[in-house]
Write a protein that binds this ligand. Structure first.
Ligand SMILES: [Zn+2]
Ligand SMILES: [Zn+2]
Length: 392
């Protein structure tokens, strides 16, 4: 059951129906389509005459005015040539070729949404707000994404796939407003994670329902970061050690995970009977399911609200992929179907033999589907690999 990730513009370059037919002939049975997405500039090697495509953060469906009418956050649709409602039209065209469509839904990380909705941005311990992400402590943010999920479900998607549900790093280099980071005084993970902790108005309000002194946590974070900013090389201790020294930070991370859990629970309610999945990774922390708690992401706690979870296996060694799948399976319980994502990035998977052995390992280990990253970034040679690995 292989799926490929794709962008709407990758499906129209050669005609939507023709592209669906071609992928189905290569053994693909689902498209995972960017539906709500961060900014992007992608290079399509199969179309040298239209090599680059760039979009700001936005959504790839035509938002029904009524659904978002009472919300302070409006969806920001991106226009794709030849499609009025990319998600709805892709679902329809794909069905003609036996392909399901999953909605690839990037949530909190979206610099354009952040810039357009400054009141709901994440805000560091020093009070500086950041465009790169909205904060899920705000009920308005949770309701906006719930409406997005409902809109996608209404368009007949087979599954809703969530990415970026946790608190992301302030060091994130893309977008016209969001510059390349120049950060030489703060280099380590401990410093990055603490600077990524949010103390916005939404968090202060949400914290009143949790056993935490958020003001004290903010002072502790600020004092620690200030100390590290004052010296050329901070050499901060590992995060675990810092948390052990400052119990209020333990409370802070427990609060974070409660916020993220209630966010995902709300999205599960919005998805209804359509299976909900989460891509187990958060940008600055990687894809180890047990290592995402500094972003508030505890896959063991999210499991109650998810039907599926995607182990991101962007590795070359089959054993490393298996380890990641097993680690995820141990973290979530048996009710969650584990899928696996593999990449065709040549730096990771340089040749067909590596791809074959990786897919073989992953297929025998997951109970769910294998997803391949990424249809729009593939060369013609990669399409041949798909056909020989998955073709019927
Ligand atoms: Zn990004
Ligand atoms: Zn916040």
């Amino acid at each position: 059951m292989p799926a490929v990730w794709t962008y709407p513009w990758n499906l129209t370059s050669d005609g939507l129906a023709e592209t669906c037919e071609g992928l189905a002939a290569r053994g693909v049975d689902a498209l995972t389509l960017a539906s709500h997405y961060h900014s992007i500039r992608s290079l399509d090697p199969r179309h040298p005459d239209e090599l680059f495509t760039a979009y700001p953060g936005g959504c790839y469906f035509d938002p029904d005015p009524g659904r978002f009418a009472d919300m302070p956050i409006d969806p920001l649709p991106n226009e794709v040539s030849g499609l009025d409602d990319p998600v709805a039209e892709t679902v329809e065209a794909a069905a003609d070729h036996g392909l399901g469509v999953n909605a690839w839904t990037v949530c909190l990380h979206n610099s354009r949404l952040g810039a357009a909705n400054p009141s709901y941005r994440v805000e560091s311990a020093f009070g500086d707000a950041h465009d790169h992400a909205l904060c899920p402590s705000n009920p308005e943010v949770r309701e906006y994404f719930a409406a997005v999920v409902e809109a996608l479900v209404d368009r007949g998607v087979a599954e809703v796939h969530l990415e970026s549900v946790g608190f992301g790093s302030p060091f994130h280099e893309h977008g016209w407003r969001w510059g390349h980071p120049k950060r030489q005084a703060l280099t380590g993970t401990t410093e990055e994670v603490l600077l990524a902790q949010c103390f916005c108005e939404g968090c202060r309000t949400a914290a009143t329902d949790h056993p935490i002194d958020l003001g004290r946590a903010q002072r502790v974070v600020r004092d620690l970061v200030r100390e590290w900013l004052a010296v050329p090389a901070a050499d901060a201790p590992p995060l675990d050690a810092v948390v052990a020294d400052e119990p209020v930070l333990d409370d802070l991370f427990a609060f974070r995970s409660a916020v993220v859990e209630s966010f995902v629970a709300r999205l599960a309610e919005a998805a209804g009977s359509v299976p909900l999945s989460y891509y187990v990774m958060e940008g600055h922390l990687g894809a180890d399911p047990t290592g995402l708690w500094p972003a508030g992401v505890r896959p063991d706690r999210l499991a109650d609200h998810l039907d599926r979870a995607m182990a991101i296996c962007y590795v070359s060694a089959p054993d490393r992929a298996r380890d990641r799948i097993r680690s995820l399976r141990e973290t979530v319980d048996g009710d969650v179907t584990v899928d696996a994502g593999v990449t065709l990035d040549p730096n990771v998977v340089p040749d067909e033999a590596t791809f074959d052995s990786l897919v073989e390992a992953v297929r025998s280990d997951v109970d769910g589907a294998v997803s391949v990253y990424h249809h729009g970034l593939m060369t013609d040679t990669h399409l041949d690999w798909l056909a020989s690995t998955f073709g019927r």
